[in-house]
Every structure is written in structure tokens, then in C-alpha cells.
Design a protein around this ligand. Sequence first.
Ligand SMILES: Cc1ncc(COP(=O)(O)OP(=O)(O)O)c(N)n1
Ligand SMILES: Cc1ncsc1CCOP(=O)(O)O
Ligand SMILES: [Mg+2]
Length: 409
Amino acid sequence: MNALCLPDHLAPLLMHIEPLLAAADKYQLGEAVSMDWSGSEVVDIHLEGTTFKVAFNPSESEAQGLEVRDQWIAPYPTLAEMQQQVAANPALVVCGLPTEQGCVDIWHHLGEARAVYCHHAGASEPQRAMLLAALALDYPLEDAVTLSRAHARGYLESHADGYGETGWPMTRALFPRPLTANHPECDELGWASKEVAVSPFATVERDKLALYPVVDTAQWVTRLLDLGVKTTQLRIKDPSEPTLPAQITTIVEAGKQHGAQVFVNDYWQLAIDNQAYGVHLGQEDLETADLAAIQQAGLRLGLSTHGYYEILRAAEFAPSYIALGHIFPTTTKDMPSKPQGLNRLALYQKLIGDAFPTVAIGGIDLSRAERVWRTGVSSVAVVRAVTQADDPAKAIAAFEDILVRNPAE
Ligand SMILES: Cc1ncc(COP(=O)(O)OP(=O)(O)O)c(N)n1
Ligand SMILES: Cc1ncsc1CCOP(=O)(O)O
Ligand SMILES: [Mg+2]
């Protein structure tokens, strides 16, 4: 069991944290969290044998663990200053930095600062409460910060007009927007972004997007197309594979002949050169791949995500689909993040709604497909469930029987 221990001076947060933990329990969003009192001046969070500390606005002598700055007195520091400070200090978390028209939350990610921005900050105690509850539920910091802003806004709205959300935040409009080059106010705010702005990507045909096998040879792709699969991906992880360019040429041609949506994983330049149907990229590719070139060449773009912040960040680039993973444990790929599980998946799907098609991936087999499909995702991507099936044709047919959308939906 995880534990969240509050110091006495934060006792007023209890009335906000308890309903959040109750909601997390109801939606089964993670391990149960027990509440306790901290012997120190700061918050202690115990997760699977590790403990870390969170301090709000600590003085230099108190600083230990995460240092959350959320109280601001004019004149406020500039966003550019705070971006630099957070980039240099992995422990610093900036919440609700006031700007001319809103507020910014900033945290450290691999030597850089990342941020979300919105026009209305919401209420501060619910914001702190969600930050702590989400950390105790083992959400990564970026998701805890993002959720905490959404909850702060939902809480305030619910008290202003009775229509907001006091429980777990679900409505996209409450969530802040990541500051990327695609945010219209990015330059005006003085946020230095590494990516370039890009127009929306070409769309996919949703009715061809139910089963999405991901395979590692062109031979597999052509075999799947012959079996009637309408969406698939070539995922060869060795960039020095000598047959890579030829395999990409083969699958692009085969996809066209079959009227299928064939994606190329990773190799966006070869995908453009071959006028592929689409390319699938990961989060780390967003800063290095030439997204504008992919978009201008008319290729579809699928993006991997692993939580709230990454979903919102991916949405800023208006991709052709958003992949959500990994849902269950997998042996196909080493994953730095934890499996999301079906309940978190259902909430991500609700957040995205109809804005983008979604693809669930990771550890999905025939026994789990129906429960995944019921969350409302647009597609189910599988590796082993097809490539290691005794009879892949039979497995594909069985998936297709499950992945059927009711026409009324
Ligand atoms: C449909 C789909 N979803 C997720 C992934 C994973 O992409 P990525 O995070 O870039 O990791 P690699 O596949 O490159 O190892 C995917 N390929 N397809
Ligand atoms: C490529 C990838 N990205 C996230 S999980 C995964 C592998 C999924 O493989 P499997 O369906 O065999 O678990
Ligand atoms: Mg990749």
C-alpha cells in the first residue's frame, strides 16, 4: 500500500485529498493510498519501498526532495527566467506562475523544462491536494502537475456555477495546454520551444482502424495484407539492417495495392522518400523528426503516449491517431513506464473523446481484447498476439469478431 503523510500545517488539505483518493479507488486508478501524519515539516510519500519528500515553498535550509513553488508575490519572475531555473534544477516544480493572461506550471524533464498553460488557474488548495494525491498514486510528476491544474479548475468551476468537477478530472476543457511551438501564445509568453509549429496531419480511415498488427518484416506485412488486414505497421528496430530501405519500398507498394493503411515505425525520412501512407513516432522523436516535412508530404502521423501530459502534448500536433500504452505488461519492448491498465486507459479515452482516433497497445491478446475495446478506443495494436499465434489467420479472424463497432455508437 502507498502512503501519503502530511505535516500538521497542511492538515486543511485533507478534506480535498480524501475525495480524490476515494475517486481513485472507485475508478481503480492505482494502489490504495493510506493517509498519515508526517513527523517532519514536509510531505512524505511512500511508494513500493521508496520514500520521497515534497515541500511547498521551502526555505533554502528546508529544501529536500521536490520543491514546489506555488506562492507568488509581484513583481513575478518572467517565464523565461523560470524556464531556465527549472531546466537547471530537477527538484524544482513551479505551479501557477502568473502571466499577463493566465498561469503556467513548469517541471523538469531530462535536463529541460516542460510547461502547461491555461487562462484560469482555479483554486490553490485543490491544486496542491491533487498534486499530492496523484504522486501518491504513482503518477509521474508531469501527470501529477497536469491533473492538479485540471482539478483546481474543475473545483473552482463547480463552486462557481455548480457544473464543474469535484472528483477526478475528465473533461478536456479543464486541462491546461502544453506549451509547444504549436501553442498560439508560445512566443508572446516568452517560452523557448524546441519543436516547430506544424499544421494538422492527414486523417486515417476510422473504419479500417480496428485491428492493428505491428510486425518486424515486410514479409509479415504482405502476409497480413493478404489475410485482409487493413491497418498495420513495419517496426524494424535495427537501423543498420541492410534490407531496411527495400523492405519499406515493398510495404508501401503492397499497402497501396491492398488499399490498406501501412505505417512505418521510426524511419520518417525513408517513409517520406517512399511516399508511405503514414509514420509512427515516439515522444522523443517529436523534437528531432521534421514534422513539417512529414505533414507537407501528406503522410499520416501516429504518436505514442504514456499518460496525461503526453496525450495533451501529442494532441497539440494534431496527429492522425494517438497511441496509448502500454496497457498490460509486455515482453516485446522494454518500457520505462508502468503498465497503464484498463481503468486509466478508459479515462484517457474519455479525455480524448472523438478529437483523435486512439490506438491501445501493449500486452493485448484475445483474452483481453474485448475489455480493451469496451473502453471505446478506435484500434487495438498487437505484436505477439498475431506473430506468435499458432495460426495467425485464425487469430486475426478472432480479433475481428471482437473488434466490431455497434453502428449506433
Ligand atoms: C501503434 C503503436 N503504438 C506505439 C508504438 C511504440 O512506438 P515508440 O514509442 O516510438 O517505440 P518503438 O516502437 O519505436 O520502440 C508503436 N510502434 N506503434
Ligand atoms: C511497440 C510497443 N509499444 C508499446 S508496447 C509495445 C509492444 C507491444 O507488443 P505486444 O503486443 O507483444 O505486447
Ligand atoms: Mg519509435
